[in-house]
Design a protein around this ligand. Sequence first.
Ligand code: BGC
Length: 360
Amino acid sequence: MKLNTVIAVLISMVMVCASCTGRKKEAETALRVGVSMPTKDLQRWSRDGADMKMLLEQSGYKVDLQYANNDIAAQAAQIENMLTKNCKVLVIAAIDGSALTEVLKTAKEKGVAVIAYDRLIMNSDAVRYYATFDNYKVGQFQASYLAKALNLDAAQEPVYLELFTGPTDDNNVNFFFSGAMDILQPYFEKGVLTVRSEQTGKAQAATPAWSTEEAQKRMENLISAYGYGPKGTVLHGILSSNDSVAQGITNALVAAGYTKDTFPVLTGQDCDITSVKNMIKGLQSMSVFKDTRTLAKKAVEMVDAVLKGTEPEINDTKTYDNGTGIIPAFLCEPVFATAENYKEVLIESGYYTEAQLNNE
Ligand code: BGC
């Protein structure tokens, strides 16, 4: 090898080593961000967690991502651990919005900012920002779908409905339920709509932990108490605040003999794969798509702003009071999804592949 070539090779080796060390140093000094998600059981949260991790890492942060298996104490312990491990910002989707006050006192003492993700965290002044969807609009989408599908404006006969929402410890439930009820209430008042079970309050319609099994049990109880069935007592529609609940309702209705031709109008939210497949089969009528990629992107912008001392984009400064004052929020836009538009909304947008939604 000529001397010049040897020197050139040596120089490039030194440069490669230097850039390796540089990158290693960068990784060592990268700020750590904690991401605390409620559970992996529900598809949306695994996806939220994965999207957050990817985007935060792309922005140069180290990520401590934890799922708490819907266990409130486990979530608090995981958050405590993130604080011990020196996370500089915490992004938290709370299981119970009112159960983190104690652990977040430590965050506040350490100067660690908290971003409430999807669900508002109550009674903590460590919460700096809130990234979510327009939850009131989600409820409005569901109820206006019911109103249209059941032709409530022109109904001559009484229309029968049952109501299902999520657990009362999820602050979003207040918005989903009131968004829907604000549309349905006038029809109840006019006598157009009737809930035979009279379980019309938020607590009566609640589903603990958004559990599919709990929703199925409650629907089965309603079926046996009122004799609902394709050949029995008529049931025209069911308001369900999300897909995990809708899936339980679908299971109970199918077991009671309902088919796609007799199925009551049933709403949902999240566009879980199981529910989209049910929509395609005619065993759920609609869902609300909340693109986790959009929400994760907003939350990462908030993390960036906190760490760089800048202001993130906010579009709501009046709705979300967590008991310590209004939390500045960004509300992303939910999207209406049905068996008619799911290809465009879910497949063409790259959220799912066609194969994932295949019912075969
Ligand atoms: C979320 C919904 C989700 C539900 C159950 C709510 O707080 O906003 O998207 O379906 O929790 O996990």
